[in-house]
Design a protein around this ligand. Structure first.
Ligand code: BES
Ligand code: ZN
Ligand code: ZN
Length: 493
């Protein structure tokens, strides 16, 4: 656990292992000017030698024996005009990874709002620090002593009146980062230790922690409710399928928001066995993980809302009981599905989740799923894909994402695409026209199971769920995409 605190103080008197100062390429930040007042020659020298010019995410470290702080880390924010909250998150993520190698504690002088409001800027910096410091160490037994990690950070604010807003920013960031890192842990955990039963146990722990109502439909109950789609996919595994339903409710909530999450704990592809990327497929419950993280955050923040989360938890394996290519299965809303490809299993599982969710008569219904590799082809890991018949809802999700650091982009779902999922022998098939327009094919299929599509959106995180390369505050592996965006979406009502 990393603790973040805010105190009033100046850098000249700060006893700390590492002082971190952010500044621009084309202007000196107030904090940099302050540092200049005590380290004039040293900083001038760095500028002159071009070792540090304030370029975006550039870093330079100085030993400062003449000062109460042992070292100074400079981090560039690029051009002042272009610096936004995401710049701060990334710069802070970059800073923590350099800083923690040298010191378990860091202090950040924080004089004025760098972007937007002061609390928001403090939150962005703290988020970058806490998300950037994340590591998944559950299975490491060796060399733990050598792994350096941050223990404490302090924001040094100039005036007493700044303490409160900065503190509220740090507190918010701590809640959000804990929730994101929790979702990352769930996704990073191998399928052997994160089966549908384990996911249920996680939901149970979360429900207990926050006083949420938990209902689990086990296989017999799924059958009784005629949820033939989730049962068909899930029967391939010794760990049987289940639907996990969590409810959060606080007085004052006006709307009922319902979220469905794909919880495929391992996706082998089934008989349409995946030719590659099998080693990634423990991440196929990333949608479910994002929703558990979101619940953790909104419950901690005591958001006035009524939220229900419906998770379809299964494994898509090959076995004597597994569903087969060509099978026809029937979802809870009565529609029949031709299984054109057993690897397009997420949409089959979600068919029952969305059918069930529709019976709850939600004001807004959103599903989040690692649905397609096509999302990766279209967007790469930089954004999630959003499909929604309603322009406003799509815009609301994308805006919540932009503001929170979880980027998303809209993909069309015109009615023309509905032709592509027509089946010869059933109502619909789980594949579009060839593999074209893969994201949209998934979305128009899902729409068949939504009673009121005007207030429904589908988020495909097949792209954004994992990072292959390390980014400033996103480690390799699970990103936790969706926790911040959906928390913000819920907060905005
Ligand atoms: N879980 C996969 C999608 C996926 C692939 C997510 C790679 C992240 C990385 C999904 O179940 C799947 O296999 N989708 C198929 C759909 C196709 C058969 C229509 C795909 O994208 O290839
Ligand atoms: Zn699949
Ligand atoms: Zn899948």
């Amino acid at each position: 656990m990393v603790t973040g605190t805010v105190t009033q103080g100046t850098l000249e008197s700060q006893k700390t292992g590492m002082l971190v100062v952010f500044t621009y390429e084309d202007a000196a930040s107030a904090e940099y000017k302050q540092a200049e007042s005590v380290l004039k020659d040293e900083l001038a020298e760095l500028r002159k030698s071009k070792e540090f010019e304030g370029k975006k995410l550039q870093t330079a470290m100085l030993r400062t024996p003449s000062q109460p702080f042992a070292k100074l880390l400079l981090v560039g924010l690029g051009k002042k005009r272009e610096a936004d909250l995401e710049t701060l998150r990334r710069a802070a993520g970059t800073a923590v990874k350099v800083a923690r190698e040298f010191s378990g504690e860091l202090a950040v002088p924080f004089r004025a709002a760098v972007a937007k409001g002061f609390a928001e800027a403090a939150q962005a910096l703290a988020e970058g620090i806490l998300l950037g410091n994340y590591r998944f160490l559950r299975y490491k037994t060796q060399g733990l002593d050598e792994i350096k990690t941050l223990k404490r950070f302090t924001f040094l604010v100039e005036k007493q009146v700044m303490v409160k807003p900065a503190r509220s920013g740090v507190e918010r960031a701590t809640v959000l980062a804990d929730a994101v890192n929790y979702a990352r842990d769930l996704v990073n955990t191998p399928a052997a230790d994160m089966s549908p039963a384990d996911l249920e146990a996680e939901a149970r722990k979360l429900a207990k922690r926050h006083g949420l109502t938990l209902t689990v439909f086990q296989e017999a109950e799924l059958k009784r409710r005629k949820m033939g789609a989730i049962v068909a996919v899930g029967k391939s595994s010794a760990v049987r399928p289940r639907m996990i339903i969590l409810e959060y409710k606080r007085p004052g909530a006006k709307k009922h928001l319902v979220f469905c999450g794909k919880g495929v704990c391992y996706d082998s592809g089934g008989y349409n066995l995946k030719p590659r990327m099998l080693e990634w497929m423990k991440d196929d419950m990333g949608g479910a993980a994002a929703l558990l993280g979101m619940l953790d955050a909104i419950a901690s923040l005591k958001v006035k809302a009524r939220v229900t989360v419906v998770i379809g938890a299964v494994e898509n394996l090959i076995s004597g009981e597994a569903y087969k290519t060509g099978d026809v299965v029937r979802a809870m809303n009565g529609k029949t599905i031709e299984v054109a490809n057993t690897d397009a299993e997420g949409r089959i599982v979600l068919a029952d989740c969305l059918s069930y969710a529709s019976t709850l008569k939600p004001d807004t219904l959103i599903d989040i799923a690692t649905l397609t590799g096509a999302a990766m082809s279209a967007l790469g890991p930089n954004a999630a894909a959003v499909c929604a018949p309603d322009d406003r809802l799509a815009a609301e999700i994308i805006e919540a994402g932009d503001a929170s650091g979880d980027r998303a982009w809209r993909i069309p779902m015109w009615d023309d695409y509905k032709e592509d999922i027509k089946s010869e022998i059933a109502d619909v098939k789980n594949l579009g026209f060839s593999f074209y327009a893969g994201i949209t094919a998934g979305a128009v299929f899902l729409q068949e199971f939504v009673a009121s599509p005007e207030r429904w959106a589908h988020i495909d995180i097949g792209c954004a769920v994992q990072e292959e390369r390390e980014r400033p505050y996103l480690p390799k592996g699970a990103t936790g995409w969706g926790v911040r965006a959906l928390t913000r979406f819920v907060e905005q009502g």
